[in-house]
Design a protein around this ligand. Structure first.
Ligand code: ARG
Length: 584
């Protein structure tokens, strides 16, 4: 139980003992941290109900708490607040519980539940863009949070592999290499196992084909036909499509690996096409398909809506299915194969309406039961310093590896003073660089736009990944020295040193922080926490000479505090998606 919860229980008893409704005894974090740590405002409400003087009630309640081991001070103040400070003994007891718990006191509310986290969302044959980078970074962190809460967390990259880009690539390959057997309709043999292009070719093919289609109408028309033929199952095109998929996937996997982003499932839009016909027939039977200018839609607006929710378009007038159709079919498949209790989608916020429509249609059509948790996190844009969506230096589309390399280089430059051997220095810069990139992203509230600021992200000072990792490394080195000196960890004692209570109180907030970050799908709360914890540690370490402390019990308690600090920092870094280096 958190301190706040423990205090609330005591306070409720005190209100009850004074003859008031116990629910008035809620204890909150203080909004005047300069005056007290916690506060209870229940006496004001009690006074209204009982037509009494609030100050008298506050005093009576405070009287009941005299001698409680939980509080250091219980102070009634005008007009009827009760200001509270936790006792150092209670804080230390809480920390002993947390330190003894492999889950840091977090209640595993997801145990026995399954969640699908749909993130990444790269499009096959098309280049990755910054939006995909954010989806990978945020989604990976959320997936790890789900896992920490006890869920069976399944990440699915859900590739965009079923659009016009396939037709464009097929037609471009046909123009360049017309003699390939994929284009020979009379070919009945086995197609080559080797792809007729490399990833580098593919990267050039798509943008060129896409640009050409904009001016060359005949080419564009051919691409549409090729897409259609592929979707109808043309044998040669399907074989060529498999090559595109394999070559693309291998490259994507490399990119995601470099980001320490990993998927349990490498499925894509193409995988769920077989479900569409049955699903549409079922919609038809239920009578939920409406004709709208030749197209077919499901109406999902509700009377209580405060903004307009347009119908969900599932089939165009030419018979083609759409993004929403595929997403609905994907839910059909996921229900069949995994029956997740929760779905979490991570895309750019411009897709907010799409997911609202899809979720409503999924419930309306009974693909999922009403109580299925369908959640979409729509994140903001990563902008450049000019305030426009981020572009690489060359101004072109983003190559993830270049971006990552830029960050790693920036970190490497800042490591000038380190005495690590060159090879370790490079490896370490790579670890810190990834943290700089991910922390730079995740420390912002996901739904907001933010500016990619290489300078700031790679700094070893301030609210950055490198600063937090630097703190971890520092603690590890102190612990190493302590071991060499034969100093061992011991029972955590009530705070006595300067800045120690602050550090202990912060350490005690870890479970609430993780739970809140999970519930609100807000990794930035983890960043906030580890930044504050790092600062609390630094202040504490500056003011207390741990290795020279004479009081052995105190010294051993401090070692335990350092161990817990390190463990909390590292656990939260892992939840954010990065590791700490051994040295730096
Ligand atoms: N491929 C999509 C894009 O690039 C993202 C896919 C997100 N997932 C989903 N189930 N729709 O925007």
């Amino acid at each position: 139980m958190t301190l706040q919860e423990q205090m609330t229980l005591e306070m409720q008893k005190a209100f009850e003992a004074c003859g008031y409704d116990p629910s008035l005894g809620r204890v909150n974090l203080s909004n005047r941290p300069d005056l007290c740590e916690y506060q209870c405002n229940g006496a004001l409400a009690a006074a209204k109900q009982a037509h009494k003087n609030p100050m008298e009630i506050a005093e009576a309640v405070a009287g009941k708490l005299e001698g409680s081991p939980l509080f250091e001070t219980v102070q009634p103040v005008r007009p009827g607040f009760i200001n509270l400070n936790a006792s150092t003994a209670a804080v230390a007891a809480l920390l002993r519980d947390i330190a003894a718990d492999p889950d840091l006191g977090v209640e595993k509310t997801g145990a026995g539940r399954t969640a699908i986290i749909d993130y990444g969302g790269a499009n096959v044959a098309k280049p990755l863009h910054v939006g995909h980078l954010r989806s990978a970074i945020i989604g990976e962190s959320l997936k790890r949070l789900y896992g920490f809460m006890g869920y069976d967390a399944i990440g699915d990259v859900h590739l965009g592999d079923w659009g016009l880009q396939m037709g464009l690539v097929i037609e471009a390959v046909k123009d360049a290499q017309p003699d390939l057997p994929y284009f020979d309709e009379s070919f009945a043999g086995d197609y080559p196992a080797e792809a007729p292009f490399t990833i580098a070719d593919l990267e050039a093919i798509y943008p060129a084909a896409s640009a050409r289609a904009k001016t060359d109408e005949a080419f564009s028309a051919r691409a549409h036909v090729a897409t259609f033929r592929l979707q109808q199952g043309d044998r040669g095109y399907t074989a060529l499509f498999q090559h595109v998929l394999n070559v693309s996937k291998a490259d994507l996997k490399k990119n995601y690996d470099a980001l320490d982003v990993h998927f349990e499932l490498w499925k894509g839009e193409s995988d769920v096409q077989p479900y569409i016909a049955d699903m549409m027939a079922d919609f038809e039977r239920q009578g939920i398909l409406k004709e709208s200018e030749g197209a077919r839609v499901i109406e999902v607006a509700r009377p209580e809506d405060t903004k307009e929710i347009p119908p969900c378009l599932v089939q165009k007038s030419d018979g083609a299915y759409l993004y929403a159709t595929t997403d609905l079919a994907t839910i059909v498949e996921r229900e069949k194969l995994y029956r997740p209790d929760e779905y979490c989608y991570v895309t750019d916020k411009r897709q907010n309406m799409h997911f609202e429509q899809v979720f409503r249609a999924a419930k309306l059509s009974g693909i999922v039961p009403e109580d299925r948790v369908l959640f979409h996190l729509g994140y903001g844009t990563m902008n450049g310093k000019d305030g426009k969506p981020f572009k690489t230096r060359s101004g072109g589309v983003l190559r993830l590896e270049y971006l990552l390399k830029d960050v790693i280089d920036a970190v490497y430059q800042r490591m000038a003073e380190t005495d690590l051997p060159e090879e370790e220095k490079q490896k370490t810069a790579a670890i810190i660089g990834l943290a700089a990139l991910k922390y730079g992203d995740l420390s912002n509230q996901a739904t907001k736009d933010y500016v990619f600021d290489l300078e700031r992200f790679s700094s070893f000072e301030g609210n950055t990944g490198p600063y937090v990792l630097y703190t971890v490394v520092r603690i590890r080195s102190i612990l190493r020295k302590a071991r060499e000196l034969g100093i061992v960890a011991g029972e955590i004692l009530p705070a006595a040193g300067s800045g120690e209570k602050e550090l202990q109180m912060q350490l005690g907030r870890v479970s609430q922080t993780i739970t809140d970050a999970f519930t609100e799908k807000a990794p930035h709360k983890l960043c906030q926490f580890i930044y504050e914890l790092s600062n609390d540690f630094s202040a504490f370490y500056r003011d207390n000479h741990i290795l020279k402390e004479d009081n052995k019990a105190r010294q051993s308690s401090w070692i335990s505090l350092l161990e817990l600090t390190e463990r909390e920092l590292v656990t939260l870094c892992r939840l954010l998606g990065f590791d700490a280096p051994g040295r730096m």
